[in-house]
Design a protein around this ligand. Structure first.
Ligand code: KG4
Ligand code: ZN
Length: 352
């Protein structure tokens, strides 16, 4: 094994609808980050269909690994280890990445490192800024997960402070977009439509779940939008919306999601204040790409005072670099090496 600073690790990610592979040097330097998105395949279903996803992964995984190696200018035999997402995710999809990683591990004699997908999203903060001032309050918001964490050390385990009890923030955006006739995935299409809209055009709820809860609940939001469109009891047919109405509704909906995330972050920050508080704030996951969220956090009176770690967009949505980054750390600092019995799991360990 080379020194920690120049180890070359391949990261493979197939937990959902992105087939991704990346080569990362020293846990941080991203030499390549190849992603094949299945968005076009799932768009007509307005969501990810598990079996369709795993079938697509099997056709894409080897070309994506080859692309990651070629973009990095690295031959497979030069790699030092291979890291792969083992949990949480759709099991049929995870198995495709695992099979590829195990094959490469066996062929080239590479240590195999199984990585938790959510921990890898959070690790993107440390790849962006290795000396993140700790403790760091982190928001993880994607299509499958929405939770708040306290990061106290690189590599975790990270303390989960609260999580969604129903839909994830990205899922709420995807479902809201479907109601407005906007394309999947909903996050980017709502963001684009919202630019021309007025967020105060209609009032939508900000579900807070009691005075001190740090859990989220987003499922009521799409119902509120549906009732707005079709009336209480859904008595009206779905209205024909013009572009200006869609823009207003998208802006109001996006603001409700972002506002809820920010209010919970403030609540979490306040709660820790007596114990010294947080020194920084990180965001992770596909929803962390959102421009309104970033802007609102920057200008927030309370949260704006914390040191912000906003990873570049490519490190927010699903990617292989974050898997390689955390994998390098687990291997080099913790000595983690998995056997060929490494299995896929639908949930994170703690959720067992
Ligand atoms: O992390 P990710 O790529 O995959 C999962 O692990 O789920 O997140 C995908 C989610 C989708 O729900 C998508 O609508 C949302 O992230 N998303 C966004 C934006 N870009 C992607 N949400 C808000 N604003 C965006 N710009
Ligand atoms: Zn993800």
């Amino acid at each position: 094994m080379n020194g920690r600073d120049d180890v070359l690790v391949l990261g493979i990610e197939t937990s959902c609808d992105e087939t991704a592979a990346a080569v990362v040097r020293g846990g941080r330097e991203i030499l390549s980050n190849a992603v094949h998105s299945q968005v076009a395949i799932h768009a007509r279903f307005r969501g990810v269909v598990p079996e369709v996803a795993s079938r697509s992964h099997t056709t894409r995984i080897l070309p994506i690994v080859q692309q990651a190696l070629a973009d990095a200018g690295v031959a497979a035999a030069e790699l030092d280890a291979v890291a792969v997402t083992a949990r949480p995710g759709m099991v049929g999809s995870l198995l495709v990445g695992l099979a590829a990683a195990k094959t490469l591990s066996a062929l080239f004699g590479l240590p195999l490192i199984g990585v938790d997908h959510v921990a890898a999203h959070l690790h993107a903060a440390f790849m962006t800024e290795p000396d993140v001032p700790l403790p760091c309050l982190a928001l993880m918001a994607s299509g499958g997960h929405t939770a708040l964490y306290a990061l106290r050390r690189v590599g975790g385990p990270h303390e989960r402070l609260g999580r969604t009890i129903d839909d994830a923030a990205g899922e709420a955006l995807d479902k809201g977009a479907a109601l407005l006739g906007l394309p999947y995935p909903g996050g980017p299409s709502i963001q684009a439509a919202a630019r021309a809209g007025r967020a105060d055009a209609i009032e939508l709820p900000r579900p807070m779940l009691g005075g001190d809860s740090l859990d989220f609940s987003f499922s009521g939001l799409k119902t509120a939008l549906l009732y707005h469109l079709r009336g209480p009891g859904l008595v009206r047919p779905m209205p024909e919306l013009d572009e200006a109405q869609i823009a207003d509704l998208a802006a109001a909906y996006q603001a409700a999601v972002v506002d809820t995330l920010i209010r919970k972050l403030r609540r979490a920050a306040r709660r820790a204040a007596d114990a010294g508080g947080y020194r920084s704030l990180a965001i992770a996951g596909g929803v962390a790409r959102n421009e309104l969220l970033r802007e609102r956090l920057r200008s927030d009176r309370e949260l704006g005072r914390l040191h912000h770690v906003f990873p570049p967009l490519a490190l927010c949505s699903d990617n292989g670099a974050m898997i390689a980054g955390l994998g390098t750390w687990l291997w080099c600092e913790r000595g983690q090496v998995d056997g060929l019995d490494l299995d896929a799991r639908a949930t994170s360990r703690r959720e067992g």
